[in-house]
Design a protein around this ligand. Structure first.
Ligand code: GLN
Length: 485
């Protein structure tokens, strides 16, 4: 048996029975990494030594009856979350050698729950992108087809889970960066409600949109990871002191009598026919499970891409001002004066996409334009949020496609930013509205590429998402497929 193929809940069972040890699991995962990483490139940094120390401690805790919810389980972390003493690069030249002196809250929580951290995964530079191609550390390849992108920006985390180079992973999602790569890699990904999970120690991209979440092999594992990382954090001013449910309790409950909203704005021209037919089949599965699927409208959907590409770059331009060669990471040497040092450090430290965002954002925030762009976008964002509030008055959840197409080929969209931006057309809205979303495999193309359905729920209703996604997963018949590498 290849134990790297198992889920958190299965491995936890084996650990509990004494049928395996965390050391054994960790060894298997690092063997898998050795075998496939050269082809996949899911990681920027491996933390093998730390991992074995954590595994040893987990085994001891398990023996002494002190096991945590993730004891002994190998988990990978996207490389925009700080881990004390380990490089945190954000996929950027400018942070190539940055070693944070502290743990992000989520990393601390993983450690406290007993997880074994295997390393830091690849991402689009500063999480800006949908393909992992803008990483300074090279593209990650899709384990289902090595000529294709894994999606992005959490492409490394999604590819690592899909290729069994870890058992579960953390990603971050500003406009789709957990869900789009999870969809392209045939795994489960959740973006929780804004404020549900602490962003302390997550390197900021767009602070009003960023949220951390799990990428896992199945829905039950997603619930287990959420139990481990969710909750209020006094270190983070936007984290919300809302009660955290036991998400695992929502697994395997039925959805009989639920109302599922199908927003007509998400079924537009240009969706790949295989994606469309798989998502239509997902609707039929929900009906077969006793839910009533009904057409709804989210009338401001057409503005999502426009609003996002004002708000996200504006916030990014402000957040990224701190990388000037003085306090963090890379500094261009040999410059005459401070201004020159700033200029050359930033010019050579950032890649093309990050510079594009900084320029768009600086423009949108500049005096005289602020009202016309950022302020206007924020107002339309409220209308979009109202659309969701309205919809959730009558619907338990909303069902949509996750992406308009399956994973595209490497290089295909790199010269066409607009096409790249459109790959998040169905995922941006939840970040703008702050609501949670989950994606689950709902089919495969004839060529064998995964397709995912997305469920959205009202603020802090992650439990409902787990319930719907787990009922769907158990009945749709696409769970647990793995690529052959
Ligand atoms: N692809 C989107 C962007 O480039 C979303 C990225 C993300 O969610 N981090 O901004």
């Amino acid at each position: 048996m290849d134990i790297t193929r198992l889920t958190i809940h299965e491995l936890t069972e084996l650990l509990r029975e004494g049928a395996t040890t965390s050391i054994e699991i960790t060894e298997s995962v690092f063997k898998k990494i050795e075998a496939v990483e050269e082809r996949v490139n899911a990681y920027i940094t491996l933390t093998k030594d730390e991992a074995f120390k954590m595994a040893e401690k987990a085994d001891k805790d398990i023996r002494e009856g002190k096991a945590g919810a993730l004891s002994g389980i190998p988990v990978a972390v996207k490389d925009n979350m700080c881990m004390k003493g380990v490089k945190t690069t954000c996929g950027s030249h400018i942070l190539e050698n940055f070693i944070p002196p502290y743990d992000a809250t989520v990393v601390r929580k993983l450690k406290e729950a007993g997880a074994v951290i295997t390393g830091k995964t690849n991402l689009d530079e500063f999480a800006m992108g949908s393909s992992t191609e803008t990483s300074y550390f090279g593209v990650t390849r899709n384990p289902w087809d090595l000529e294709r992108v894994p999606g992005g920006s959490s492409g490394g985390s999604a590819a690592a889970v899909a290729s069994d180079e870890c058992i579960a992973a953390l990603g971050s999602d500003t406009g789709g960066s957990i869900r789009q790569p999870a969809a392209h890699c045939g795994v489960v990904g959740m973006k929780p409600t804004y404020g549900r999970i602490s962003r302390y120690g997550l390197v900021a991209f767009a602070s009003s949109l960023d949220q951390i979440g799990p990428i896992t092999k199945d829905v039950e594992d997603c619930a287990i990871m959420m139990n481990g990382i969710a909750g209020y954090d006094a270190n983070e001013s936007t984290s919300v002191p809302e009660k955290v449910s036991d998400y695992r309790a929502f697994v395997s409950r039925d959805i009989e009598g639920w109302t599922v909203g199908i927003p007509k704005e998400y079924f537009i021209e240009g969706i790949d026919p295989e994606v469309l037919s798989s998502v239509n089949n997902a609707i039929k599965t929900m009906e077969a499970l006793g839910a009533e699927c009904r057409e709804i409208s989210l009338p401001h959907t057409e503005y999502c891409v426009a609003i996002y590409y004002i708000i996200a770059p504006s916030e990014a331009s402000s957040n990224l001002a701190r990388y000037d060669g003085v306090r963090y990471g890379f500094r261009q040497k040999g410059e005459e004066d401070l201004l020159d040092m700033y200029k050359t450090t930033r010019s050579s430290g950032f890649g093309a996409e990050v510079k594009r965002r900084i320029m768009i954002g600086t423009y949108a925030l500049s005096s005289g334009y602020y009202d016309a762009y950022y302020k206007k976008a924020s107002q339309v964002r409220m209308l979009l949020r109202n659309d969701f509030d309205e919809a959730f008055r009558t619907c338990d959840i909303i069902l949509t496609p996750t992406t308009p197409t399956p994973a595209f080929t490497i290089g295909e969209k790199m010269d066409d930013p607009l096409q790249m931006y459109l790959s998040d057309i169905f995922t941006l809205s939840t970040n703008l509205a702050g609501v949670p979303g989950i994606v689950v495999p709902c089919g495969y193309t004839e060529g064998g590429l995964p397709i995912a359905v997305q469920f959205m729920a009202s603020h802090f209703e992650e439990g409902k998402l787990i319930q719907a996604a787990s009922a769907f997963e158990k009945n749709a018949g696409f769970a647990r497929r793995r690529p052959e590498l």
